[in-house]
Design a protein around this ligand. Structure first.
Ligand SMILES: NC(=O)c1ccc[n+]([C@@H]2O[C@H](COP(=O)([O-])OP(=O)(O)OC[C@H]3O[C@@H](n4cnc5c(N)ncnc54)[C@H](O)[C@@H]3O)[C@@H](O)[C@H]2O)c1
Length: 419
């Protein structure tokens, strides 16, 4: 069997997760080159990849100077770097596995799409949720007509207060200008899933939302700049939070091999140890999107940072019944009107829920099969020509939010964007 080879730009959390899949699919995939500006990340990954020194690069740019070293380039650097890295890799001859968002700017997303079309490159976007058994079963139930015609969708992304504080107050995605608006960074997945399960185009949308809580007005008077000196009893105390989560997530985001010593050191010098009310964050902590799809189908979406749990929930209401579920809990039910509730046994359909409910592994597996030319149903794969729509919806929603919830006609919006 032909192995599909991968080179990787950015060995942070995502790049490492994909590289690890080599251990799961040793006969099918091989990582042949990696790059990162942080030595500690490269060293940690190479403990299991065992690459020779000349296949390890201290920047994406240096890897991209080399002749083509793999079938696919995984672009897993930060949002604002995607455009340069994706275009340079395609010009070198690589097909891409490109982390979402395609880019943090709308015009850059379109530039990447155009370049892929011009060069004839395959570009798969890491909309991992589509590859999970949870969402695939929802799609199957709808396709088989189990609940009749879809009329309404109610979707929610419960970010989790601690996850929100980690990623969107202290972490990589806390400022829009440096990364992405929240609705793009976190919820382009949701725009994609909602459109995919409905199977129709979104025609209009509007959005509200703001940064209401994680800002200086809400800072307790006695709060210190850093949590380790702070006298305030606060749910967001960084030291308590990260030190009690060694060696798992999110301490392993701060250091690939977290120990009490290195995490304490990082908390005393980086943003991860700072007071959540004294940061320079500006992305919203809650947002809603109201959508109208072809055929009069309506959908609502809520993203909230104010939840205990970290999950996504969904209710699809059709002309003959309902489907509802909770992603993290692996719970999925349906009920046709007047009939009994049926539980879909997700655990019997998937043996590995690790990494976005199993989506990370299944994405890699499907990309391998696609590249190998295997015959299978590829109609739901997240190629850039399909994934761009969710991004346009997210940019349009952000536009609406910033204009007081203005109604956006997506046909006109796309035309103006040059699509
Ligand atoms: N698909 C998903 O569900 C999902 C989930 C989380 C993050 N993401 C996206 O994946 C991407 C990576 O996120 P992450 O969480 O891994 O972030 P990260 O910060 O952990 O990883 C990015 C890595 O890129 C490295 N880097 C920076 N400049 C570089 C350069 N010039 N050359 C090589 N490496 C460089 C950094 O050192 C870092 O290790 C982001 O775009 C993010 O939005 C997607």
């Amino acid at each position: 069997m032909k192995k599909i080879t991968f080179a990787i730009l950015g060995m942070g959390n995502r790049g490492t997760q994909y590289a690890l899949k080599q251990l799961k699919y040793p006969e099918e995939m091989e990582v042949t080159a990696i790059s990162d500006t942080r030595k500690v990340r490269l060293e940690a990954a190479n403990k299991y990849l065992r690459l020779p020194a000349d296949r390890i690069f201290d920047s994406a740019e240096k890897l991209l100077e080399m002749p083509k070293l793999a079938d696919i380039m995984i672009v897993a650097t930060q949002d604002a770097q995607h455009k340069d890295h994706a275009i340079a890799a395609m010009q070198k001859g690589y097909d891409l596995l490109l982390e979402k968002p395609i880019s943090n700017r709308q015009s850059d997303c379109i530039d990447i799409l155009n370049e892929a079309e011009k060069l004839g490159r395959k570009v798969f976007i890491c909309h991992v949720l589509r590859y999970t058994v949870f969402y695939q079963q929802i799609k199957r139930l709808i396709s088989e007509g189990v609940i009749g015609d879809v009329e309404t969708v109610e979707a929610a992304e419960l970010v989790g207060a601690h996850h929100y504080a980690h990623s969107y107050v202290r972490g990589n995605w806390h400022r829009e200008e440096k990364s992405s608006p929240m609705i793009l960074a976190k919820s382009c997945h949701d725009m994609d899933i909602i459109s995919w399960i409905i199977g129709k185009r979104c025609e209009k949308l509007s959005s509200f939302g703001s940064l209401n809580h994680f800002k200086s007005e809400n800072c307790p008077k006695e709060a210190a700049d850093r949590c380790f000196k702070c006298p305030v009893k606060c749910p967001f105390n960084a030291n308590k939070y990260y030190l009690s989560r060694i060696p798992g997530w999110p301490s392993n985001i701060l250091h690939p091999e977290p120990t009490p010593e290195n995490i304490t050191e990082i908390l005393s010098t980086s943003d991860y140890g700072r007071c959540v009310y004294k940061m320079d964050n500006d992305v919203v902590d809650h947002q809603t999107v109201n959508m109208l799809f072809e055929g009069g189908i309506t959908a609502t979406f809520q993203m909230s940072g104010f939840t205990n749990r970290q999950t996504r929930t969904l209710r699809v209401m059709g002309s003959k019944g309902e489907i509802w579920g909770d992603f993290r809990e692996k719970e999925l039910y349906y009920q046709r009107f007047g009939e009994d509730v049926v539980k879909v046994d997700l655990e019997s359909l998937c043996d590995d829920f690790h990494g976005h409910g199993g989506g990370d592994a299944r994405l890699i597996y499907d990309v391998i099969r696609y590249m190998r030319g295997d015959v299978f149903d590829t109609s739901s794969m997240t190629t850039i020509d399909r994934s761009i729509d969710s991004h346009i919806m997210a940019f349009a929603a952000e536009n609406s939010r910033k204009n007081g919830g203005e109604l956006i006609n997506l046909y006109e919006y796309k035309k103006e964007a040059g699509l």
